[in-house]
Design a protein around this ligand. Structure first.
Ligand code: NAG
Ligand code: NAG
Ligand code: NAG
Ligand code: NAG
Ligand code: NAG
Ligand code: NAG
Ligand code: NAG
Length: 473
């Protein structure tokens, strides 16, 4: 309904029936028709008189508001001392599409109003809405009634709701409710009500169809939300930050993407959006860009995706450094101990740097990976596989940010412990043989290891004949 302000036209207008509207203090305007509805024939003249304490205006049915040439409104001062306002609305030749609610209201307080519903009956036009070329789209919402707005021009027209092409539904006043002023209301619509619908009325054995409506059910189905940086984002002051938030949803889904970030209040970022249909689903992109990062841009960046009542979000921490840096120090002292035979041994100093530095490992002055195939560089660590005695030595890690002319180095010493070996055990166990009593016999034990082993001799008395051996220290 559109609002039409009162304007003065000369001409004759019906006089307010005396005595009827005089009572009360006009807290709301008063209409001369006291019934809630009027039924006119097409081409008849509609005239409504309204009276009140303040200036009046009219709100007209949409079909008439679109067609204002046929409306005349005459305003005047009235009442015994002329302190009241009167307004007379005339529609010279009413048409079916003028059917609807006519409201007379106070200009400054439009909620104070009097209304009458006017049917303009045309036997050849039972439906108010003009048949349009393209169907109207109606959106079905979760847990909300669905209205098929096929209003009619006479209160007693009987109608059917038709699902295209020919599934007919009669009002049952439980789930399918008919109202001549509204059309059909489906109280709890199911997926059955998705599709093409129209209404059908039979007048004098002639069947009429209403405008066609497409009932569409928008889905609120966000499948995934992700940012194009899995880990925390690190940047230098003055650099540009761009975060790409991607949401995927079922076809038909519509989403809103919003960002929360430290300098949102200052509108530090600009946002650009894109929607793509991948065939099986929808892709929504929102890219937040901060052209020149400041220190105060550090913090949590959240991309929030909403669709109806559904919410999903993705977050990332952003760190802003003042300048490039390298921090390098040993993790557990600068001398490390490994064991010969160990499956793997890792040298991993504490390294923090920005931007990503170049890392080179040296063993005794030559590039470690070239030195031995058992040396592997993994991220910033050096891994020694199948540790051997010869792996002992000095390892140096060189860390450089060449474009910023920054470098650091750290040398770690690796000691490889070798468990003691008894040389004689490598040869098959020798039988010392019998030694005549009183003679000298030298027993040899050759041993090596890292660190050099201590040698200690232990004596086991021989077991007496026929008795099991009893070990003794
Ligand atoms: C209304 O008047 C027009 C023209 O005067 C005429 O063509 C039309 O048939 C009339 N409608 C009705 C319902 O009488
Ligand atoms: C509509 O039908 C009811 C009952 O059948 C009847 O009383 C009423 O007068 C009719 N209304 C109009 C405007 O014809
Ligand atoms: C980032 O956004 C663009 C759209 O501008 C898109 O084509 C691209 O795939 C997105 N990248 C990632 C990793 O999300
Ligand atoms: C994320 O996407 C934006 C926009 O496409 C791009 O400028 C930025 O470099 C991307 N960031 C990462 C970490 O891939
Ligand atoms: C997006 O936000 C607007 C305004 O807040 C709201 O009217 C609209 O329904 C929202 N859309 C979805 C799909 O949630
Ligand atoms: C961001 O950093 C804060 C504090 O360092 C931490 O508590 C939080 O878990 C981080 N969030 C993400 C998404 O990494
Ligand atoms: C290691 O750093 C020192 C200064 O801290 C420098 O004198 C030395 O040349 C560096 N060594 C290498 C191999 O770059």
């Amino acid at each position: 309904m559109k609002l039409v302000f009162a304007y003065v036209l000369t001409g004759l207008c019906g006089v307010f029936a005396k005595g009827r509207a005089q009572k009360g203090k006009f807290s709301v305007p008063s209409l001369d028709v006291k019934t809630r509805q009027l039924v006119l024939q097409a081409n008849q003249t509609l005239q409504l008189n309204c009276r009140g304490r303040w200036e009046l205006s009219w709100a007209l049915p949409e079909g008439l508001a679109r067609d204002q040439g046929s409306v005349q409104v005459k305003g005047s001062r009235c009442g015994r001392t002329g302190q009241q306002y009167c307004s007379c609305l005339t529609v010279g030749s009413a048409l079916a599409q003028h059917t609807g609610l006519f409201r007379c209201r106070y200009q400054h307080r439009p909620r104070k109003q009097a209304s009458v519903y006017v049917y303009v009956t045309d036997s050849r036009r039972p439906f108010v809405e003009v048949l349009g070329k393209s169907p109207d789209v109606l959106y079905m919402k979760e847990r909300q009634p669905l209205v098929i707005p096929c209003r009619v021009t006479h209160p007693n027209v009987t109608t059917l709701l038709v699902k295209f092409p020919d599934h007919k539904l009669s009002p049952d006043q439980r789930n399918i409710v008919w109202n001549s002023r509204q059309g059909f209301t489906i109280r709890s619509p199911t997926f059955f009500y998705v599709g093409l619908f129209f209404c059908q009325a039979t007048v004098d054995d002639v069947s009429y169809s209403s405008h066609i409506y497409i009932v569409h059910r928008p889905v609120n189905n966000i499948m995934k939300v992700f940012l194009n940086s899995s880990g925390p984002v690190r940047k230098l002051k003055g650099e540009r930050l761009a975060l790409n938030c991607t949401a995927t949803g079922a076809l038909n889904t519509r989403v809103n993407i919003s960002w929360n970030y430290p300098r949102k209040e200052n509108r530090a970022g600009s946002i650009s959006k894109r929607i793509m249909n991948s065939g099986s689903h929808m892709l929504f992109y929102s890219i937040l860009t901060i052209p020149k990062l400041q220190r105060s841009d550090r913090g949590l960046y959240t991309c929030q995706v909403t669709s109806g009542e559904k919410i999903k979000e993705a977050k990332v921490n952003v760190t802003v450094y003042d300048r490039p840096f390298i921090r390098l120090k040993p993790r557990h002292g600068s001398v490390l101990e490994a064991y010969a035979g160990q499956k793997s041994f890792r040298l991993s100093p504490k390294l923090q740097a920005y931007p990503e530095p170049e890392v080179v490992w040296l063993k005794d002055g030559t590039v470690a990976a070239k030195h031995c195939s058992r040396y592997l560089v993994q991220k910033n660590s050096l891994v020694i596989r199948d540790v051997a005695e010869e792996d002992a030595g000095r390892y140096t890690v060189l860390v450089a940010l060449k474009e910023h002319r920054l470098d650091r180095n750290l040398t770690l010493t690796v000691v490889v412990n070798v468990s003691p070996q008894i040389g004689e055990k490598a040869v098959s166990l020798q039988d010392p043989g019998t030694v005549p009593r009183g003679s000298r016999k030298a027993l040899h034990c050759t041993s090596d290891g890292v660190p050099p082993p201590h040698i200690q001799w232990l004596w086991h008395p021989c077991p007496s004949k026929g008795l099991p051996a009893a070990p003794q220290a």
